[in-house]
Design a protein around this ligand. Sequence first.
Ligand SMILES: O=C(O)c1cc(C(=O)O)c2c(n1)C(=O)C(=O)c1cc(C(=O)O)[nH]c1-2
Ligand SMILES: [Ca+2]
Length: 566
Amino acid sequence: NVTNDDIRADATNNSQVVTNGMGLQGQRFSTLDLLNTDNVSSLQPVWAFSLGGEKQRGQQSQPMIKDGVMYITGSYSRVFAVDARTGTKLWQYDARLPDGIMPCCDVINRGVALYDNLVIFGTLDAKLVALDKDTGKVVWRKTVADYQAGYSITAAPLVVDGKLITGVSGGEFGVVGKIEAYNPTNGELLWTRPTIEGHMGYTYEDGKPVEAGISGGEANQTWPGDLWKTGGGAPWLGGYYDPETNLLFFGTGNPAPWNSHLRPGDNLYSSSRLALNPDNGQIVWHFQTTPHDGWDFDGVNELISFNYEEDGKEVKAAGTADRNGFFYVLDRTNGDFIRGFPFVDKITWATGLDENGRPIYADEFRPGAPTESGDAGSQVFTAPAFLGGKNWMPMSYGQNTGLFYVPSNEWGMDIWNESTTYKKGAAYLGAGFTIKPLNEEYIGVLRAMDPKTGEEIWRYQNEAPLWGGVLSTQGNLVFTGNPEGYLMAFDSRNGEKLWQFNTGSGVIGSPITWEMDGEQYVSVMSGWGGAVPLWGGHVAERVKNFTQGGTLWTFKLPSSAVVSQR
Ligand SMILES: O=C(O)c1cc(C(=O)O)c2c(n1)C(=O)C(=O)c1cc(C(=O)O)[nH]c1-2
Ligand SMILES: [Ca+2]
């Protein structure tokens, strides 16, 4: 069973992985160094587990490990429990999905939460399901939102001190984003916090809703007319928790519709980072990365807590690499902007950030308004593309190097606006687009970034876009995968590629590492999919021959190699 203490200790307990992010702060760093730059070239597969069936695509899950059992999700809202020593399947759960599910960006899922004897995950029809960890049988099931309005859940939920916290997806359908806390034991709703200004939040006392304040204080200050009622801002990537400040950090997605001329104003809290009180969901501070977004620059990307020394003082900071191409370092106690810098080579839509971190817009790179007669507005070519300088794939913070390892992409897009009106359950974009690579040789770039200076310390360039999570370790290793099928290991200090292994399908999951029976293991999901093949325009064309899949791979050193290193 998984306790609150297990969850709190996850970043330092090497024998388990019971949080998404390998620790509540989501640093994705392991203090293990049995596997290191000297021996990683001997890393070998121990077993591979196929998810089976015909639903082989888009495997973004991060595995979890507890007491020798691994828990993963697969595409189409499936969960599997596997013996971590042998890869033998213990049980499988397949959600029965209705025909009308509407995920914008493939049938993906990013993983489970573990609590007590339960394995809990969110489904493509916007339900939370809690399964018995030993049998895979449903213990409770709860509808979070109406899938027929375009809601879904793709992120892993988070458990903090006995509260199960989830976001929702659906920004491309004009849903209203919300973050909610549930009792993980029975699925009872504890609080709900809409992420669009003007909507009421509630806490629940004895099962009854009690008003907990309008998000934003007053309705509709940064939106025109009724647009806030269908404003998007979906916190679709979930969030993390920082024990030092007792705050939840969630990001919010694009405002709806994409056509920004329909909604003059900053459109809070779309494309923002939010800090919430975990007890009642109150928004403690917010930082909006792209006010009045006109390019689908969802602000969901993870905000990762880290501390550093400056002028003899410890700064409680947090770093985030936004879709819009800028990396931000914030004071995580209050959301103040400390510094920001580009982490991609080309940003056209803004010339920089002002002293508060607000973008300085280059208006000629905002697509034009449609004409009165209904013709599309002027088209622009702008960078990054809407799939972002970085998309969902989580970066890692190297505790030993002080660097962030950021999976990123170099691309731009043609984008134009069209007229649109809201219709329940229909795409609500008011825009058209074609993504194009910026370079012939590469699109993906794994970057080691110094958050104190904005300097890129090293980079690895990949032909296809990078779409997988990153892990770094005390053994000076950085792991990530690519759509070409490789799981790769780099030297975290200089970016030298030390090892790679082809898994047979694109790696877009998040690798983990843990210790079992005195040996260090690495696991990752393989299975190409996600948004790139669906929405990638010319880039999708480039990657169209990559094969889909669904396999969980586990690696370790041959026992002899470990011995010889010691
Ligand atoms: O606004 C939203 O609700 C929403 C949800 C999701 C999702 O849940 O996966 C994505 C996006 N937007 C999105 O804009 C996007 O680029 C994207 C890529 C992916 C993916 O898994 O590859 N999901 C999503
Ligand atoms: Ca979106």
